[in-house]
Design a protein around this ligand. Structure first.
Ligand SMILES: Cc1cc2nc3c(=O)[nH]c(=O)nc-3n(C[C@H](O)[C@H](O)[C@H](O)COP(=O)(O)OP(=O)(O)OC[C@H]3O[C@@H](n4cnc5c(N)ncnc54)[C@H](O)[C@@H]3O)c2cc1C
Length: 396
């Protein structure tokens, strides 16, 4: 029987191991437990996939690897994922209004247990505490070396070691093209005490990095260190490499209304002419929280006791500008505590997308985050792990 070695018992490695048929499968994991990260995904609930119904394009979800993912999703779709896990004994799923899919139990460990059961049923051998440190082709077989000095042989190898921010010495000597890894999905430090004083406010907003095409839309959360929420995580993903190259220092433009400028102008005109005697700062348009509106009035350089009727055309224009393109700055990067992935990894030019096999080394396969594929939050990263692992398992 063909011998398959899988390096890394995370989401992709365990899924592939559970999915392979007709081979002897050995999974080598450096940690003392398998799938430790999977068990805490989605804040312990596991955002296992996404309905994709709110996306205009696959590129929107996958800033890197969209081309390969388009193909991989045809091969193994979110529906296939749910069918697979249902057959593996998971008791149903819920899709939230934003398209995020979770197990109905809201327990990531149910997904882990389903994979463990499937691996056990298939006779998969799981070797824990086995950190692979070398990989080479020896005659017809692949030889794996481990940190404890032991070694193993296999006919085919699937590498699923996840994100490798410091590179992957394991692949040294194989000359596999590598894209430098940088963090993605992080929140922004903003050194603006007046903004941070608004901590806790959440508004729908649009963000942009001026001078670039990077922009995002979604809920924006003001925190005690700066900015967070889906709009920030998305922008951090789209601009991951750009922000890395600029040392996480960049200008930021905030549209606090998430509306086009013309709509803001006409709604604001109506608002100020409605009750000219009223203090501008006493109630807010666009359903903005009052404290945020007062902050925006301050940004526009207007007195806090100005009346609506006193605004004038210059004051009006400044207010529109601060509502739709308030200048701010990204002063640093914070780790998002729920989800964090790396952009970069094995260059996709080295991978045959129909098999996940390395074009340079027959018998060597890759799946999951080790590939230069990463996504915004919402279950897309795990879907990439399932789809690429499935394609590999069918071809190993
Ligand atoms: C806190 C957190 C929450 C997340 N939540 C979600 C979510 O809800 N939905 C979503 O879509 N994505 C989520 N993600 C991202 C998602 O978890 C990853 O994209 C996914 O786990 C990648 O799967 P993988 O198998 O490629 O890598 P991993 O799951 O990271 O597994 C890699 C495995 O390889 C092992 N390994 C590494 N090096 C070696 C070696 N040399 N030898 C042997 N073993 C090795 C590691 O110990 C690990 O077990 C989250 C990420 C984090 C950090």
């Amino acid at each position: 029987m063909k011998r398959v070695a899988i390096i890394g018992a995370g989401a992709a490695g365990c899924f592939a191991a559970a999915d392979i048929r007709g081979a002897r499968v050995d999974v080598y994991e450096s940690a003392s437990v398998p799938m430790a990260k999977l068990a805490v995904t989605g804040g312990g609930r596991c955002n296992i996939t996404n309905s994709f119904e709110h996306l205009r394009s696959v590129e929107e979800a996958y800033p890197r690897g969209a081309r390969l993912m388009k193909r991989a999703l045809k091969e193994f779709s979110p529906q296939d994922t749910l069918r697979w896990f249902t057959q593996a004994g998971v008791g149903g799923f819920v899709t939230e209004p934003d398209g995020c899919v979770f197990p109905a139990s809201q327990d990531a460990r149910e997904i882990v247990r389903a994979l463990q059961r499937r691996m056990a049923d298939g006779g998969v051998q799981l070797h824990l505490g086995k950190k692979a440190v070398s990989l080479m082709k020896a005659d017809a077989a692949w030889r794996l070396g481990f940190a404890d000095g032991s070694s193993a042989e296999a006919d085919s190898v699937l590498v699923t070691v996840g994100g490798a921010p410091r590179g992957l010495p394991l692949l040294d000597g194989l000359d596999i093209p590598w894209v430098q890894c940088v963090p993605s999905l992080f929140t922004f430090t903003v050194n603006d005490p007046a903004l941070r004083a608004l901590m806790g406010l959440v508004v729908p907003a649009q963000l942009a990095i001026p001078g670039t095409g990077f922009r995002s839309q979604g809920q924006l959360l003001i925190t005690d260190w700066g900015l967070s929420g889906p709009a920030v995580l998305k922008l951090s993903s789209y601009a991951a490499r750009y922000l890395h190259d600029y040392g996480y220092n960049a200008p930021l433009s905030i549209n606090w209304t998430a509306l086009p400028q013309a709509d803001v102008e006409s709604a604001l005109k109506e608002f100020v002419s409605d009750n000219k005697q009223k203090l501008l700062a006493s109630s807010a348009p666009f359903s903005l929280p009052l404290r945020l509106w007062q902050y925006i009035i301050g940004l526009a350089g207007l007195r806090d006791d100005i009346r609506r009727g006193e605004l004038g055309s210059k004051g009006f224009s400044r207010l529109v500008a601060m509502l739709t393109a308030a200048p701010s700055r990204i002063d640093g990067r914070n780790h998002f505590r729920d989800e964090f992935v790396t952009a970069g990894g094995v260059d996709l030019s080295a991978i045959d997308p129909s098999t996940m096999q390395c074009r340079l080394h027959p018998g060597l396969f890759f799946a999951g985050e080790i590939l230069d594929i990463d996504a915004i939050t919402g279950g897309f990263n795990l879907q990439a792990a399932w789809s690429t692992a499935h394609i590999a398992s069918r071809n190993l």
